[in-house]
Design a protein around this ligand. Structure first.
Ligand code: SF4
Length: 225
């Protein structure tokens, strides 16, 4: 079980999306993602450039370019929570694509320390986390990297938060929900891509019709990270 993580940023904020919307949270953003979504708003996390490794405090203070990262382990991150003065009791592990990492040790250490833990993943890598971790699957279908959504990810999902801009994205979601592996108890959210009005109108109408939930990127509306 690997304990080495590459962290692009870590900060305390309010979770803006999905079922934990409004909950104070510590975000851990891991470096690296090969999925290739054209509208990705964290493209600086895609590559792991060895020349961009810096000390934790340099990365956390944002004094280096935004594709910089630091290396640490679960215990080190827990100590950083204390030294940074974080008060939140909920941790969101995101990316990049966090499921590229084996997160069993990190999620176990955090849960044992009394945190609730959530991972946000595209569903294209096997999800290795503590059983009590809340899994938010935001499926990225037919992206440039050519990755498939895995059965294991569909089965493990506590919520499926699907990005939508046009009708074909609803069709993609229907296809995923029809797969035998998909957790029938998963909450289903539609999330308009990039706050576009057309996408938002489609998401609202479809949520009402299907009795699904709407997820807005509320942090972007109120101008927080
Ligand atoms: S999976 Fe996430 S981090 Fe990776 S390209 Fe897509 S939106 Fe960006």
């Amino acid at each position: 079980m690997s304990n080495s993580l590459k962290i692009n940023e870590m900060f305390e904020t309010i979770q803006g999306e999905g079922s934990f919307t409004g909950v104070p949270a510590i975000f851990i953003r891991l470096q690296g993602c090969p999925v290739g979504c054209p509208w990705c708003d964290t493209k600086h996390t895609w590559e792991v450039d060895p020349e961009r490794e810096h000390a934790a405090q340099q990365v956390l203070s944002k004094s280096e370019p935004d594709d910089s990262w630091f290396s640490d382990n679960a215990e080190g991150l827990l100590q950083l929570f204390v030294s940074q003065g974080y008060k939140a009791r909920h941790v969101v592990i995101t990316g990049g694509e966090p499921a590229m990492y084996d997160l069993r040790l990190l999620t176990s250490v955090l849960i044992d320390a009394g945190y609730s833990v959530q991972i946000e993943t595209s569903g294209t890598f096997e999800i290795l986390v503590h059983d009590k971790t809340w899994v938010t699957l935001s499926p990225k279908v037919n992206m440039q990297g050519g990755y498939e959504i895995l059965d294991q990810a569909l089965a493990r999902a506590d919520e499926i938060k699907h990005p939508v801009a046009m009708a074909k994205h609803i069709d993609e979601l229907d296809t995923l929900l029809a797969r035998e592996a998909t957790n029938p108890g998963a909450q289903v959210f539609l999330q308009p891509i990039s706050q576009q009005k057309r996408a938002t109108d489609l998401a609202v109408a479809t949520c009402i019709e299907r009795n699904w939930r709407l997820s807005l990127q509320t942090h972007k509306y109120i101008g927080i990270e």
